[in-house]
Design a protein around this ligand. Sequence first.
Ligand code: GLV
Length: 328
Amino acid sequence: MKPSILVACAVFPEILDKLANHFEVSANQSDEVWTTADLATRLQGASGALTTGSERIDAALLAACPGLKICANMAVGFNNFDVPAMTAAGVLATNTPDVLTETTADFGFALLMTTARRMAESEHFLRAGLWHRWRYDMFAGAEVYGSTLGILGMGRIGQGIAKRAAHGFGMSVVYHNRNRLDAVTESACAARWVSKAELLATCDHLMLVLPYSPESHHTIGAAELALMKPTATLVNIARGGIVDDVALAAALRQGTIAAAGLDVFEGEPTVHADLLALSNVVLTPHIASATRSTRWAMAELAADNLIVYLTEGKALTPLNPQVLASKA
Ligand code: GLV
């Protein structure tokens, strides 16, 4: 008998067909939003799950689903997984690194450009029929070419953004990360490590690309925003919760910083009303990796992790390889 799996979110139908060659597949093509209790009920009897960042996999859920062997996240971020609890329960966790790096770096740069150059705000103005005459200061934004970009979190995506900035836009790139990059990588990115305080004070544009964890909760709050230039732009393509959205909205309202571009939010898909009320913020619905080919590659990698683990005991991108070792 084929093992059963749950695909907790809508995916390409071809990916479901591929999974159905190996498994009894229970899918959620209508993308219903499930509570944790719904998820636990649907996981009964399942050996594997294909999840997105929206499904929380923690000790309580694992205790309720003793048959579960693997959760394959269709995302590079995995803050929805309690990885130590999964390891303790012998459940393999996988994510989708690498396949989305350049696409996400492109989007980060696009959001930076859109925000600094006030593209969304000016487009809304034009559509509203408010454009009557060219004016010298109309939607005058911040310079991007030749400015200073600060990157907080310098993993694969941060490095991709640094290369675009330094080599394509003549920017000075400074970064802050828990671990400083080796000299060869720093030189390829033309990036200089600085303290977090120096990063915030010197950058013209701040790009957030760090993973979310309890330690990175509200990495940017009122105190950090107060250190930034009043002309600065902030872009968050990482995770909601890294920025204190209420403090950010206040800073944008009061002119502590000039503008923000946000693809992720605390409590998404709900967006705080204070942010929605502002014109100097560009808001996008968590789409940084959303090109057709990249979303396909993410879905396929998540599916392949399920297939190779449940059929051969192997994994392509494990987050807790200890589980593989313990089963060997
Ligand atoms: C998207 O946010 C991801 O983590 O892949």
